[in-house]
Ligand binder design. Structure first.
Ligand code: UFG
Length: 330
């Protein structure tokens, strides 16, 4: 599809809001559907907004009938690994139950295309690296379990309804819109880069490094950081590619290069010109030593080419956003 309306569930969140900006720039009308539990009304800037829960079948159907989207970009979910361990029932209800309600509403309203925000957490502990899409999916926390269950539900939906679906499995989303119209805004914040930026800025007691005895060159965990605008570009490409009816495709989205926590801290110091106070803490439960993805398939089939392929430029956009948020809250 090349124009029209797209329903963006979770469009008031970090990745969803970047997606809305891109869709609008490309001539689509993004309709944000979000309950604002973790999303922010201030980040809905590029199209209509409907406040609602992803489990609310009536409101979803009303919204779809009113705006008649040709496709759905499905971001709405809870996404904290630690919280999912504490409250797996909630994660199941929102992530799995909500997605099932969405699929039923799509079927009732004859919407035939969905692009799903999935995660490398569906793979669990890596058996080989880089991780490609053939890697076994054996998630080790409830968050990953729920995302895998949604992938399976969407696959089944595609087969049963002749719908087309794409699962995009992100590695570590990072950075902000280079024009700083949206960015990472989590409450609470748990992610490494924003926490390291806040520590560099003198906020709080400093950054705790979760484990320095991993079997990696400097002992800290390695992750594959991918810029949020590159992620949403892949969503657009996936939607335009129109996966064959009745089938579902899965693509990893990462840069294919791993950086350790210490390397991220060094890069934050370089970008900000400030020291990051760090202390070494215990390992965080469920953290694999290293997670690096192969996105060869997305590059080949979707023509996806990440623009932010170095850590410094990713962090620079996150720092720009951090500073702007600080300035606007003063
Ligand atoms: N880390 C620290 N200190 C902190 C925060 C993080 O050392 O204060 C470390 C973590 O242990 C990890 C790395 O920094 O090794 C990155 O941690 P993040 O919390 O930023 O990201 P995760 O890799 O844990 O999580 C990301 C996504 C999740 C997804 C997961 C898949 O945010 O949604 O990848 O493994 F489930």
């Amino acid at each position: 599809m090349s124009s029209g309306t797209v329903l963006v569930t979770g469009g008031a969140g970090y990745i969803g809001s970047h997606c809305c900006k891109l869709l609008a720039a490309e001539g689509f009308e993004p309709v944000t559907y979000d309950n604002l539990f973790r999303g922010h009304r201030e980040l809905v800037k590029w199209g209509p907004f409907v406040e609602g829960d992803i489990r609310d079948r009536d409101l979803l159907e009303k919204t779809i009938r009113r705006y008649r989207p040709a496709a759905v970009m499905h971001f709405a979910a809870l996404s904290y690994v630690g919280e999912s361990v504490e409250n797996p029932g909630l994660y199941h209800s929102v992530n799995v139950g909500g997605s099932e309600v969405l699929l039923r509403a799509m079927t009732a309203c004859k919407v035939k295309q969905v692009v799903f925000s999935s995660t490398c957490a569906t793979y669990g502990m890596p058996e080989s690296m880089p991780i490609d899409e053939q890697h076994p999916q054996q998630p080790v926390n409830p968050y990953g379990v729920t995302k895998l269950a949604v992938e399976q539900a969407i696959g089944k939906w595609s087969a049963e309804t002749n719908g087309s679906s794409v699962m995009l499995r992100y590695f570590n989303a990072a950075g902000a819109d280079p024009e700083l119209e949206t960015g990472e805004w989590h409450e609470p914040e748990t992610h490494l880069i924003p926490l390291a930026l806040a520590a560099a800025d003198g906020q709080g007691p400093g950054l705790t490094i979760f484990g320095d005895d991993y079997p990696t060159p400097d002992g800290t965990c390695i992750r594959d950081y991918i810029h949020v605008t590159d992620l949403v570009q892949a969503h657009l490409l996936a939607m335009r590619t129109d996966a064959p009816a009745g089938e579902s495709q899965a693509y990893n989205l990462g840069n294919g290069e791993g950086f350790s926590v210490r390397q991220v801290v060094d890069a934050v110091e370089q970008v900000t010109g400030k020291a990051v106070p760090v202390s070494n803490g215990a390992r965080r439960e469920g953290d694999p030593a290293s997670l690096v993805g192969s996105s060869a398939r997305a590059r080949r089939d979707l023509g996806w080419q990440p623009r932010f392929d170095d850590l410094g430029s990713i962090i620079a956009t996150a720092w720009g956003w951090y500073q702007q948020q600080g300035a606007s809250s003063q």
